[in-house]
Design a protein around this ligand. Structure first.
Ligand SMILES: C[S@@+](CC[C@H](N)C(=O)[O-])C[C@H]1O[C@@H](n2cnc3c(N)ncnc32)[C@H](O)[C@@H]1O
Length: 396
């Protein structure tokens, strides 16, 4: 590896983290080497017979190969791999993350990020890290196929397991801020819950936080998923947790304190947001996915027309416009909205989250902002605006 300052900074940080015990993991991605079946390399420190080594997992298309190296050899190998075999190196330490991107024909980029793994790494080989949802205490993880009978995370489910924890970590302060009603059992809806990974996690988190079960309902249009999730909930006696088959739009919401919808497709996110607003939920949290509606009707405004003739830029702009409109419409409806990344882009590009806490008073200029944004992109109609009867085409 040649010596661009960013590459030096990256490896300085890695060796410093290894020295002070804050190194958690390093993932290589963006393969561009000779071995075409090699997709990623995952590196983490482990203790073997009393000595710290770095465990390398080479992820190929159809198999994983693991080898352990002394830390000095490991760093030397990584210096060869980064920039030659892989263009992306993602380092996680207990004080933050660092993403090095070395693409040929372009200068390297170094992007620091927030903490993803706050706990120092457990070095005992093969022993799972103590997590918020330790598999032994949450056997539903096994029935949902996240962990195996040995309580280890199944191959291919690492990202889902991480997402479960990240979701609970994020929800805990949001729930505190939203202030659930004291003295009564809160009602939570997970719209488009799929297999229910996050529904189970939220139910388990609330049971621990409240000291009693909450009423948590997963809504899913695929009946086989809802039925399977109900069987798991019943098998583990999870009071108050249920799954219903139906679409988000047709769900009758009499009362809900919390509404979440994670990666519900396209305008299903708007349906969930509208249900949350109509129910006066204290907290609404969505992670949008596939933004097709606005992309179909949005026009590129003059100053951006040249840039937006590139399909990918147009698509990203449509995502931006959709989610910015959603946040503004929530503010029109008396919510304080925040937009942020909830999981590293290393895992998925669909990593944006919108949280909305009910404050009761609409932000005074939110309607004007929403209308002006829509007008700038010639958007006259959008599902959430329509459901909330907020006229985007009006002269605010
Ligand atoms: C990508 S999965 C996400 C599942 C889950 N929320 C998670 O994050 O693990 C999206 C799920 O939403 C469901 N879905 C999409 N649109 C829906 C709608 N309008 N009503 C009910 N479910 C819907 C799909 O069937 C699918 O199971």
């Amino acid at each position: 590896m040649t010596g661009h300052p960013f590459q030096h900074q990256f490896f300085d940080r890695l060796t410093a983290a290894a020295g002070d015990g804050s190194f958690v993991r390093l993932n290589l991605g963006g393969p561009n080497g000779r071995d075409r079946s090699l997709r990623n390399v995952f590196v983490r420190p482990v203790r073997l017979r009393g000595t710290v080594s770095w465990s390398f997992t080479y992820r190929h298309a159809t198999r994983d190969i693991t080898k352990n190296l002394p830390p000095d050899d490991a760093v030397a190998l990584l210096r060869q791999l980064v920039g030659n075999e892989f263009s992306d190196a993602f380092l996680s330490t207990t004080s933050g993350t660092l993403h090095l991107n070395v693409r040929k024909g372009r200068g390297p980029r170094l992007v620091p990020g927030p903490v993803e793994d706050a706990e120092p790494p457990r070095l005992d080989h093969d022993r799972p890290r103590q997590r918020t949802m330790a598999p032994r205490e949450h056997p539903w993880l096994q029935d949902l196929g996240v962990t195996g009978p040995d309580d280890r995370v199944r191959a291919g489910m690492e990202a889902k397991y991480r997402q479960i924890h990240r979701f609970v970590e994020l929800m805990a302060p949001l729930l505190r801020d939203a202030g659930l009603p004291p003295g009564r059992t809160p009602a939570v809806l997970d719209m488009g819950c799929g297999k229910g990974y996050l529904t189970f996690a939220l139910h388990a988190h609330l049971a621990r936080a409240l000291g009693r079960p909450a009423r948590v309902t997963g809504v899913e249009q695929r009946s086989e998923l809802a039925e399977a999730a109900n069987r798991v909930a019943a098998a583990h006696g999870m009071d108050g947790l249920q799954f219903v088959t139906g679409t988000i739009g047709s769900t009758v919401v009499n009362a809900a304190d919390v509404v979440v919808a994670l990666q519900a497709c396209d305008t299903a996110t708007d349906d969930a947001l509208a249900k949350g607003v109509e129910a006066g939920a204290r907290l609404i949290v969505v992670a949008p996915c596939c933004h097709r509606e606005v992309a179909k009707c949005m026009a590129a405004p003059a100053p951006l027309a040249d840039a937006l003739r590139h399909g990918i830029l147009f698509q990203r702009e449509a995502e931006f416009v959709t989610d910015a409109l959603r946040a503004a419409l929530l503010e029109v409806s008396g919510y304080e909205a925040k937009v942020f990344e909830f999981i590293s882009p290393e895992h998925t590009s669909k990593n944006l989250m919108i949280s909305a806490v009910h404050r009761g008073t609409p932000s005074p200029d939110a309607l004007l902002r929403a209308v002006q944004l829509a007008r700038f992109y010639s958007v006259t109609d959008q599902r959430l605006a329509r459901l909330l009867r907020i006229p985007l085409a009006s002269a605010a």
